[in-house]
Design a protein around this ligand. Structure first.
Ligand code: GAP
Length: 448
């Protein structure tokens, strides 16, 4: 069953509402590169924050890290990326387009039917040179995953935090892959952001922890509003496992182009620590005080893409609805992900309303991401906020000047409630936390 919205609608909404723009657009764009606009930057930050909160702040067995994008070239020799981070590439002898051999159905070029070259292995790492003189500079790579920055700091983190196993080290940051066939908007790009956790465990407990993390990560998407029926788990076959993996599950999402990987959770065993110990000459092991033994930990790795998660959240939240006889496009985003939490909307630009509306805005904006909009009709302004998924609009009308009350309009139910300005921040705070708030002493409910 295909997803309910096609990708063109998502791309168009993202452009129209300042979520995501094509990169370098005035120069005609750059293939597979995208820029996050004023709304997109908030959404992306909220996705990162939700991950960091669940993985680092709400646990005492995980710490964070932020390592450099360029690393010693020896890292990539040890990790196997120089030899094995490759895709089979074929080129059309007529139109010269290049394809991933494993993605081509049939024998000819998918574009023109021309004859294809024999596959050759193409390394996906971006190379650059470090230092002011190119000839003398040594080659360095832009990291294709953040994980290696974690492995090479394992010793540093264990010694400085004095934490015991199981211990997780988490990192969010940019990764780069010279993908042969990027595409599907921000699904597969050459520059993207990773959210990765390397969870170090005692060998023998790894299978239990793999199951644990598969469930945790699946539930994370559901808690943040993705419908369960649009998610599925898929275990990798032995022949598709990455060079470092003993076992791996994908969490797939039903994207418009069909079921595709949203996140991978791999059991990397002791592959990386052993490799780095061998190549660096430094011992990378752990002394387990309780067991009285030394061992090389195994690693469970939930690895997700920020951009791909943003795309899944957008697709799942998107709806074209008819309400009160009018069509609207709405993003039913989880309140914690919505780029703007509250919009302050004076009924009109009338000069009598502006001071009170500004006062309300100033009261709310230190605590919530708040938008102020007084252009065009109130109906149009509601539609605009619906399109970016703003959970609450606060309307200031002429009565507000007299009774110091305003109307809160809820995005999903469209319910409107009248509340005193005095208690507005408390009410919004509770609602944004998803808590019930007994406001009966404070407000009078008004018919829509
Ligand atoms: N360290 C393990 C690792 O990188 P992966 O399956 O290659 O594993 C993990 O990547 C996640 O990163 C994917 O599930 C996806 O969400 C995201 N990702 C990978 N390549 C991507 C790309 N070219 N563009 C956008 N996201 C990507």
């Amino acid at each position: 069953m295909p997803a309910k919205v096609d990708m063109d609608k998502i791309v168009s909404l993202c452009k129209r509402r300042g979520l995501i723009f094509p990169s370098s657009e005035i120069y005609g764009g750059l293939a597979s590169c995208w820029d996050y606009g004023p709304m997109g930057v908030e959404l992306k930050r909220n996705v990162r924050d939700a991950w960091w909160k669940a993985i680092v702040h709400e646990r005492d067995d995980v710490v964070g890290l932020d390592t450099s994008i360029m690393m010693h070239p020896g890292v990539w020799a040890a990790s196997g990326h120089i030899d094995s981070f490759t895709d089979p590439l074929v080129e059309c002898k007529s139109c010269h387009l290049r394809w991933r051999a494993d993605a081509v159905e049939g024998k000819g070029c998918p574009k023109c039917g021309g004859e294809l070259t024999e596959p050759r292995m193409f390394n996906l790492m971006f190379k650059t040179s470090m230092g002011p003189v190119e000839e003398e500079a040594s080659t360095v790579y832009l990291r294709p995953e953040t994980a290696q920055g974690i492995f090479v700091n394992f010793e540093n983190v264990v010694t400085t935090t004095r934490k015991k196993l199981p211990l997780g080290i988490a990192q969010i940051g940019k990764s780069f892959r010279n993908e042969i066939t990027p595409g599907n908007f921000i699904f597969r790009t050459r520059e993207f952001e990773h959210m990765e956790l390397e969870y170090f465990v005692k060998p023998g407990t790894d299978e239990k922890w793999l199951d644990y993390w598969v469930k945790e990560r699946f539930d994370w998407y559901v808690k943040l509003g993705i419908r369960k029926e649009n998610l599925r788990l898929r275990q990798h076959g032995k022949d598709e496992l990455a060079h470092y993996a003993r076992d791996c599950y994908d969490i797939d999402y039903l994207f418009p182009m069909g079921w595709s990987e949203l996140e991978g959770i791999a059991n990397r065993g002791d592959f990386d620590l052993i490799q780095h110990a061998k190549h660096s000459g430094k011992e990378l092991s752990y002394y387990d005080n309780e067991a009285g033994e030394k061992y090389v930990p195994y690693v469970i790795e939930p690895s997700a893409g920020v951009d791909r998660s943003v795309l899944a959240f957008l697709i799942d939240a998107y709806d074209d609805e008819e309400v009160e006889g009018e069509k609207r496009t709405v993003l039913h985003l989880h309140r914690s992900l919505a780029p703007v939490k509250v919009a302050v909307l004076p009924l009109s630009r009338n000069e009598k309303l502006t001071p009170l509306a500004k006062e309300v805005f100033n009261k709310l904006c230190p605590n919530f991401v708040t938008d102020y909009d007084d252009s065009q009709s109130i109906g149009r302004r509601y539609r605009r906020q619906d399109e970016i998924g703003t959970p609450f609009c606060v309307t200031i009308d002429f009565e507000s000047l007299e009774d110091k009350q305003v109307t809160i309009r809820e995005r999903d139910s469209l319910a409107q409630i009248r509340v005193p300005i005095e208690g507005l921040d408390k009410i919004l705070e509770a609602k944004l936390k998803g808590e019930a708030f007994d406001a009966s002493p404070l407000w009078a409910t008004r018919e829509k």
